[in-house]
Unconditional design. Structure first.
Length: 225
């Protein structure tokens, strides 16, 4: 239902179709509260002290797994979709995304990462991606290498993100804009060649995905050919 590469325009309808009536009512209520929170933030006076309690939509964000349990289907977690919709409806800023990520479960962190391309956070959420790439949680790593990483990570960090996928067994198909960023990258080719040599010397197989990325890295851009 939901991947790191993008969010269908009809995501709300697709999710609602999977939910039972009580869960659909919860989703509509949660999204309405998130939208109200966004409107309230727009009207808030500059310099006003922040509220002590989190807004109601953030509580719904945490509870999404429980409410979406009836919609479990192969190919994706509907709670991811619900949480991304909530973040979008609330127009969550970088500080909110960071707070939910830092204090969230692994599932909640993954949803924050999936939502990043659809939030107005600029480069401020790059540390969240970098944190996810330091873990060995393959679902976090896969979410971290989506479109936000493709657009925002510098070359050095992005190359190590690709290697992280190879180290942890995350398919490189999860890496957004892989062909565009890897093509003609001589440094990436060098790093991949070194990794392949290490595995071969240790008697370990070289992943097919490594050859795929190495072929891209060794292929010059059309203007360079």
């Amino acid at each position: 239902m939901l991947t790191g590469r993008g969010i269908p325009a009809a995501l709300h309808g697709e999710l609602a179709a999977l939910l039972d009536p009580p869960a659909r009512q919860w989703l509509d209520r949660a999204l309405a509260e998130a939208a109200r929170a966004a409107e309230h933030a727009d009207r808030e006076e500059p310099g006003r002290a922040p509220d002590v309690l989190p807004p109601a939509w953030e509580l719904h964000f945490a509870a999404a797994g429980r409410h979406c349990r009836s919609a479990r289907r192969p190919g994706g977690d509907p709670a991811d979709a619900a949480r991304v919709l909530l973040l979008r409806a609330a127009r969550a800023d970088a500080a909110t995304a960071a707070r939910l990520y830092e204090h969230g479960t692994a599932d909640e962190r993954r949803a924050v990462l999936l939502a990043l391309p659809h939030l107005d956070v600029g480069d401020a959420a790059v540390p969240l991606v970098e944190d996810a790439l330091r873990t060995n949680d393959t679902r976090l790593v896969a979410a971290a290498v989506g479109p936000y990483a493709a657009a925002r990570l510098d070359a050095h960090t992005w190359r190590h993100a690709v290697l992280k996928c190879l180290f942890t067994g995350v398919p490189v198909a999860a890496v957004a804009a892989l062909a565009e960023r890897a093509r003609g990258d001589a440094e990436l080719a060098r790093m991949l060649g070194h990794y392949a040599a290490e595995r071969t010397a240790a008697g370990r197989p070289v992943p097919d995905d490594l050859h795929r990325v190495l072929d891209l890295a060794a292929t010059p851009h059309p203007q360079e050919g």
